[in-house]
Design a protein around this ligand. Structure first.
Ligand code: PLP
Length: 355
């Protein structure tokens, strides 16, 4: 693989980062007259008048401890979506460079690429939802800078075979971005412990799923310190607000609460899987290593419509390759899942009203 510096866009390689006021004096004590804040306080009930730590040091220390990586290997962003966008902006020259994705997969890779005017190469997963490694290797070009692998994959729900991922890591010259948004729900281990072996690997994780903090918008990227430095250089100075940083610290102190929820969700997923598989309108339920199920219906459009009439919202993925007639259903609370199954039974026995 190439040194990541040679993969960077030249303007990013040469960029002098903006230094924010609070970066120069790190301590918490002092008289702070450097950032034009309101020294008197906030109009809100909470004290929010000071700019947050631009490099989120405390939070990174806790994450580093939990994940057994160094703080210099962590980037924090406004959701993982920020990391995806920054990687594209750092490495892909608009109109020239490319990324490679493996549909059906998470939509943001493609959207971010389109916004940045970066071409997208697509190599479909195999019908069993595994990576078609030979075809990916064949499709890679010198201009392919980023390879996005989502494992467990959204919307198919499966973890990819590690030897396939390893073959790609070994052969691809660019950066491999491994999106582990759903890794907590999988029996497989994260690739984080292998980070130091693969200098061009970027692992993405998020607080939005297992941690239950989708509202605060906090995503993590893990990579070698040089790559993290680049992301920090081009991010907005105060990209992760102080409220988010404090709430995330609170959550990290309750790691057991998260583990307990993950256990319950997995249990509920397996129960829901059986309930769905027993319905006549369901063709098959794919196995899942995530907190959702991909379900092939006999007529997904009709089921989707009729669930909506009953105010039950699922995701119709039928337009995705290999996902014809598929709905993606997030695992809910036991009560929500019970009501979903009940609604599907009703739909099953009474044909659609056509008005
Ligand atoms: C939900 C999800 C994310 C999380 O994105 P955030 O911006 O951190 O909320 C990332 N990747 C995939 C594949 C997802 O499904």
């Amino acid at each position: 693989m190439s040194d990541f510096r040679s993969l960077l866009r030249p303007n990013i390689r040469d960029l002098q980062a903006y230094s924010s006021a609070r970066q120069e004096h790190a301590g918490e004590e002092g008289i702070f007259l450097d950032a034009n804040e309101n020294a008197l306080g906030s109009a809100a009930r909470e004290s929010l008048n000071r700019y947050p730590d631009p490099l989120q040091k405390k939070l990174k220390e806790e994450i580093a401890r939990l994940k057994a990586v160094s703080a210099q290997q962590i980037f924090l962003g406004n959701g993982s979506d920020e990391a995806i966008d920054l990687l594209l902006r750092a490495f892909c020259e608009p109109g020239k460079d490319r990324i490679l994705i493996m549909p059906p997969t998470y939509g943001m890779y493609e959207v971010c690429a389109a916004i940045n005017d970066v071409k997208v190469q697509r190599v479909l997963l195999r019908p069993d939802f595994e990576i078609d490694v030979a075809s990916v290797l064949e499709a890679l070009e010198p201009r392919t800078k980023l390879l996005f692998i989502c494992s467990p994959n959204n919307p198919t729900g499966n973890v990819f075979q590690p030897d396939g991922i390893e073959r790609l890591l070994r052969q691809f010259q660019g950066l491999t971005v491994l999106d582990e948004a759903y890794i907590d729900f999988a029996p497989d281990k994260s690739w984080l412990p292998r980070l130091s072996r693969w200098p061009n690997l970027v692992v993405l994780q998020t607080f939005s799923k297992a941690w239950g903090l989708a509202d605060v918008r906090l995503g993590m990227a893990f990579a070698q310190p040089g790559i993290i430095e680049v992301l920090n250089k081009i991010k907005h100075p105060y990209n992760v607000n102080g409220v988010t940083q404090r709430l995330a610290l609170q959550a990290l102190a309750n790691h057991r609460g998260k583990t307990r929820m993950v256990g319950e969700i997995i249990q509920e997923r397996d129960r829901l899987q059986k309930g769905l598989a027993a319905l006549d309108l369901v063709d098959r339920v794919y196995p899942s290593d995530a907190n959702f199920l991909l379900v092939k219906m006999h007529d997904a459009a009709s089921v989707f419509r009729r669930l909506l009439q009953k105010k039950i919202v699922v995701r119709n993925r039928s337009d995705q390759p290999l996902c014809g007639d598929c709905l993606r259903i997030t695992v809910g609370t036991p009560e929500e899942n019970r009501r979903l199954l009940h609604a599907l039974k009703e739909i099953d026995i009474s044909p659609e009203q056509t008005e």
